[in-house]
Every structure is written in C-alpha cells, then in structure tokens.
Design a protein around this ligand. Structure first.
Ligand code: PMP
Length: 352
C-alpha cells in the first residue's frame, strides 16, 4: 500500500509537437501522497536503531502531507502523533491529520511559521519522555526512502517499457527528499541524467537562499533551504508560476481524469521546461506527489485566470498509459509484485 506506484506515460501536443512526459502516480499511496514512503521508512529505520520504541510519541513539523502520513502509519503502529503545521495550510490537510487520530498544533506567521514550528516541536520533544522527532528536513532517511524505492522503480519501469534511460528528472522541493533520493539513484545508474529542482517562480527560496514572496503550491518551498538539499549535486532550478501550475493540474483532471494536486501541475510544467532545454524528444520523468482531494477548499477548484507567459493553456493532453507496478523481487514491469517494497539498511530492495 506504500510505494511501487504505476508510472504514467502522458502524451500531449505542445506548440505543434507531440511529446511524452513520465510521472509516478504517487497519489495512489496509502494516504494519497508521496510522503507515505518517507514516513514508513523513517519509522522503520528508527525502530531498527532503537530511537523509536513501541508506543512512544512521534512529533513532526509539516506542511500537511507528511503529517497525514505519520498520523496514519503512527495510528496503525500504536504511536500517539502530534503534528506542528503552519495555520495557512488547507483545511482538508488539518482535518485529515485529526481524522487519522493525531493531535495538531497550528503555528501562525506571528509565531514564526515553519521555522517557529520547528523550534516549538524541539522544545516540546525535549520535555516529552521517549519522544521521536523524524526531522524530515534534516533526516537523511528521507533521502534514502526515495533512493531505495522511487528511484529504482522509475529505472525499472522506464527500461522495461520506454526502453530508454531518463535524460532528466524534475521534482518540486519541499524537504528535497524526492529530488535528492531519486536523483542519487538515477545518477548511480545513469550519470548523464540532469536533475532539476522546482520552485514557485513567485517565491524562489532555492534561488535566493531565503524566504521571499508567497505562492499557492502547497508542499514545496517551505521558507528555507532544507539541510538535506545539496544544490551543488543538482542542475539548474526551474521556476513555475503557481497560477500556471493550477491550470495544468486542472487540465490533467478535466481532460485525462488524473486528479492530482497543484505541485503535480508544477512538476508537469517543469518537466515540459526541462524537455525544452534538452530537445522535445528528451525522456523527462517527474512525480505527481498527491491527489486533488486535499485542495477542495483552494483555488484548484476555482476558475484560474490565464496570464500571458503561462505554458499550461498551450498543452493539449492526448492520452496516458499506465506502466505496470514492478515486481519487488525481480523489478520486471511485466511481472508485477504483490507485496510492498521493503528496504534493507544496505539499500537493497527485497520482498516483504
Ligand atoms: N508536493 C507536495 C504536495 C508535498 O506535500 C511535498 C512534500 N512536502 C512535495 C511536493 C515535495 O516533496 P519533498 O518533501 O520530497 O521535496
């Protein structure tokens, strides 16, 4: 129920040329987002190390999806979970964290927003017996989760069906776990792959190094450059306008029936940009981090004005093919596995 998602090959026409972009359908994970991978592996590795013991409290800072993942997996394993979240994240996110049995502590901009939430969680953990802080922004396990699952899955699915290596991988940066982990795996098997981190054009934290402006692409650009992000290991940053990302996500739902969130629209447009840089027949891969259901109260569900310079209005979506989940033993996409992908500490992937 976590990981081993289908890879979508999406065919479209853009400014007179037919093209294809590949995207992992991460909306199909247990709680509907890519963060289930990170939460599951972080908890698992913490158990192995003894830093998390049965029944101990888990405290985490998140813009939403991580909190939902820790809440659900924590409940399943019998851990009380407290989530610290900026108070401007969508109501759906807050309600889902509560629905999965976790407590939530909203942090206002006046209390310091994201940075204030991290400070507060550390203070409370210091006086809570046995508390486990996953610290997703600084925890290398977040990177490893993608290095041992998302990356190998993409490689196996592409080699099985597209019969070609990826020329580029692009992903919006929240913690940076996705771009760093998938990037590290893909570089190890195909050093020529270009890795593009993605940020909102109106809030270019990666390019400037600090919080600037505001944006509507929930889940990415959380006010600072996370410690696990190593920009010198990555290629050029691609900026996407939030309105363009909203239009693109709306089109994916309305024209192809792919109900994905705003950062998925941003990733699609960044993949388009990466293809423009490399040549329109380049093999560009990305992820669709979550579904549109967490955005029912947001601008994703409203008419979005088309502004000049947007790319999404010129994208004519044609069709998509879902490339099989891979077998978790042999990685053959024609031989789908029926168990979850399980990492080992050595970084190999074995059957459950
Ligand atoms: N999109 C969404 C919707 C997310 O919740 C996140 C995680 N914050 C991301 C993208 C970015 O993923 P990562 O933290 O691995 O950089």
């Amino acid at each position: 129920m976590i990981g081993n998602t289908p890879l979508l090959a999406i065919d479209f026409e853009y400014r007179g040329r037919q093209r294809t972009i590949y995207a992992k359908a991460e909306n199909l994970n247990l709680t509907g987002s890519i963060k289930d991978r990170m939460a599951f592996h972080t908890i698992r590795l913490a158990y192995e190390r003894g830093s998390l013991t049965p029944g101990a409290p888990i405290l985490e800072v998140t813009s939403g999806n991580t909190g939902i993942s820790f809440a659900a997996i924590g409940s399943a394993l019998g851990h009380p979970v407290t989530i610290f979240m900026p108070d401007w994240m969508s109501h759906e996110r807050q309600q889902l964290v509560r629905a999965f049995g976790a407590s939530i502590r909203l942090v206002s901009a006046a209390e310091g927003g994201f940075v204030g939430a991290i400070r507060l969680s550390e203070e409370i953990a210091a006086v809570t017996r046995g508390a486990f802080l996953p610290r997703q922004f600084a925890n290398e396990d977040n990177v490893v989760a993608h290095e041992i699952t998302t990356g190998p899955e993409i490689w196996a699915q592409l080699s099985g069906h597209a019969k070609r290596p990826p020329d580029a991988f692009v992903a919006g940066v929240g913690t940076g776990g996705t771009i760093m982990g998938v990037g590290r795996y893909l570089k190890s098997v195909h050093p020529g792959v270009v890795l593009h981190p993605v940020e909102p054009a109106s809030s270019p934290t990666l390019s400037t190094g600090h919080k600037v402006g505001c944006h509507r692409i929930q889940g990415i650009s959380d006010e600072f450059i996370p410690p696990i992000v190593k920009l010198d290991a990555l290629g050029p940053v691609i900026g996407v306008h939030d309105g363009d990302a909203i239009v693109m996500a709306q089109k994916l739902a309305a024209e192809l029936g792919l109900g994905v969130g705003i950062s998925s629209g941003a990733n699609f447009l960044a993949a388009l940009d990466a293809g423009d840089r490399l040549g329109s027949d380049a093999c560009v891969v990305t992820v669709f981090p979550d579904s549109n259901k967490k955005y029912l109260s947001t601008d994703l569900m409203r008419e979005e004005p088309r502004r000049s310079g947007y790319a999404a209005p010129d994208v004519h979506l044609l069709r998509y093919r879902a490339i099989n989940r891979v077998c978790d033993v042999c990685y053959d996409p024609d031989h789908p596995g029926d168990g979850p992908v399980q990492p080992t500490r050595a970084g190999r992937v074995t059957a459950a």
